[in-house]
Design a protein. Structure first.
Length: 362
């Protein structure tokens, strides 16, 4: 076996490790495969095998990615996938070289999650206005798809599910199910990142939307034993790509003025619950974050909301009206000076959250 063929076998073995042992999400696995193929191509172009790659070569390739316009966050994922390969090669005794040691990607900023306003979220939940028969176009949603999409929107925004968790739901619980909705209990059981299970509440509007969809779901079935709750045009489990397109189309028809993607609804759920309750720990439980640090980003969104309320309502917030802005000045209000939240530190008021397993991130 020559070195280049051996490299391909190493990559294939590592991707098997990523899938079987690390149990990364399918999307992450696909990105790792793409970035490792890029590493292989770059090494091949310079006449070297993966075990002989040097730190200098890695730094040059990272610089080339940056010069080509790749964003820092994208480069960080590339470096992470490369580093993971060499970590694994070292642990398994296949190589004693680690060209990623001491190599850092360009520093990325930490943008805030993009969330809808409450008004935009409610408009999205109300959905598109029904077109009259004479006005209906090829782009108008069919009734079955309309009910399916409404149920998806309600669960994404109403329960804060990830897209993978939503599409993994089955109609009924079973030994191979990765999630289901218990309508009688008003809760969903979902398998999140890393195979970690959690239970989240499902509100009345979502349960109504699900019942409406289940009433017509049989019209979309091709195989009577299809377990998936949400179906595509072929009567099989809906794919993430199609779900993203359908959500964007739903939002556009509903008149939401921004591009809407599934994770934006999870961000909106977290932001709006935190604004209403002030309970960071409860939001962590609902999202399934293992670390509170992953949830704290929403406090920045929450303070932005408080700042807008203050600027709009407080007579001393207008700097041009005699207030003296600046630390210690009469017109300055420190975030720490705001009244404490009345949120319950032990859980969201009126919401019961039960965890079956430790939680994942994101």
């Amino acid at each position: 076996m020559d070195a280049l063929t051996d490299d391909l076998a190493l990559i294939a073995d590592y991707l098997t490790h990523v899938r079987v042992e690390k149990r990364l999400a399918a999307r992450t696995q696909a990105l790792y495969a793409e970035h490792l193929r890029e590493l292989y191509r770059r090494a091949q172009a310079e006449g070297t095998d993966l075990k002989s790659v040097t730190p200098a070569q890695v730094r040059r390739w990272i610089a080339q990615l940056h010069a080509a316009g790749r964003q820092p966050r994208g480069i960080a994922l590339v470096v992470s996938s490369w580093r993971g390969l060499y970590d694994w090669l070292g642990r398994t005794g296949r190589s004693d070289r680690h060209p990623l040691q001491g190599v850092r990607p360009p520093k990325a900023g930490k943008p805030l999650p993009k969330a809808l306003t409450v008004e935009e979220a409610l408009r999205l939940a109300r959905g598109p206005a029904l077109a009259s028969p004479e006005d209906r176009t090829d782009h108008s949603l069919g009734e079955a798809q309309r009910r399916c999409d409404r149920a998806m929107v309600e669960l994404l925004y109403g329960s804060g599910l990830r897209l993978g968790e939503l599409l993994g739901l089955d109609v009924q619980p079973g030994p191979n199910a990765r999630g289901w909705v218990d309508a009688q209990a008003g809760e969903a059981h979902v398998c999140g990142k890393g195979g970690k299970w959690r239970t989240v509440p499902v509100g009345g509007p979502a349960l109504t939307a699900l019942a409406d969809w289940l009433a017509v779901r049989a019209q979309r079935l091709r195989m009577p034993d299809e377990p998936a709750l949400f179906l595509g045009a072929r009567g099989e489990r809906l794919t993430p790509q199609v779900a993203r397109r359908r959500l964007a189309a739903w939002a556009a028809e509903a008149g939401v003025p921004v591009h809407v993607h599934p994770h934006m609804l999870r961000h909106s759920f977290a932001s709006h619950v935190l604004q209403s309750s002030g309970d960071l720990r409860g939001v962590q439980e609902l999202l399934g974050h293992a670390s509170i640090a992953s949830t704290q980003v929403y406090t920045r969104l929450d303070f932005q909301h408080l700042s807008r309320v203050y600027e709009a309502a407080h007579p001393r917030a207008r700097h041009g009206a005699g207030a003296a802005p600046g630390p210690g000045g009469e017109g300055f209000v420190s975030p720490t000076a705001l009244p404490p939240s009345s949120g319950n530190p032990d859980g969201l008021s009126g919401i019961s959250v039960r965890d079956n397993e430790p939680r994942g991130e994101g």
